[in-house]
Design a protein around this ligand. Structure first.
Ligand SMILES: [Zn+2]
Length: 138
């Protein structure tokens, strides 16, 4: 192992070139380089052996996205809970429903009517998906 001193060439991460390149040591701190000059861009900066682990921002974004998804699901569950406490109609093909009505479907469970499509269809948001159902059937 060669001894590093001022003037030595070392591999360091260049903050300007944004890659590990050959640098000349211009200041030492104990046995380690403190400041280096990039041989490529001639920029002087503190010695950094490797590329800084800059995974924090994407990780943070991912976490934020996750919590947003969770929040949406939670709020939907909350809405469901609220709705189940309120009166709601039992779904049947002969029933008549309007936007904002809460219905209970024998198979899909509780859902909220999103829209009425004349003359006899409704789209209903259930916990897992939005479904189109028939109504007003005589
Ligand atoms: Zn550089």
């Amino acid at each position: 192992m060669t001894k590093i001193a001022v003037g030595s060439d070392v591999e360091a991460y260049c903050t300007k070139c944004r890659m590990v390149l050959a640098h000349s040591v211009i200041a030492m701190q104990g046995a380690k380089p403190r400041r280096v000059r990039c041989n490529t861009c001639s920029g002087e900066h503190n010695y950094r052996a490797t590329k800084p682990v800059a995974k924090a921002p994407p990780k943070k974004a991912e976490k934020a996205a996750k919590s947003t998804t969770k929040k949406t699901r939670q709020s939907w569950e909350e809405v469901m809970q609220e709705a189940s406490a309120r009166p709601h109609k039992k779904y049947s093909m002969s029933g008549s429903f309007g936007e904002g009505d809460w219905i209970e479907h024998a198979t899909f469970g509780l859902g909220c009517v999103q829209s009425f499509i004349p003359p006899n269809k409704i789209t209903v948001r259930f916990a897992d998906s939005v479904r189109m159902l028939v109504c007003n059937r005589t």
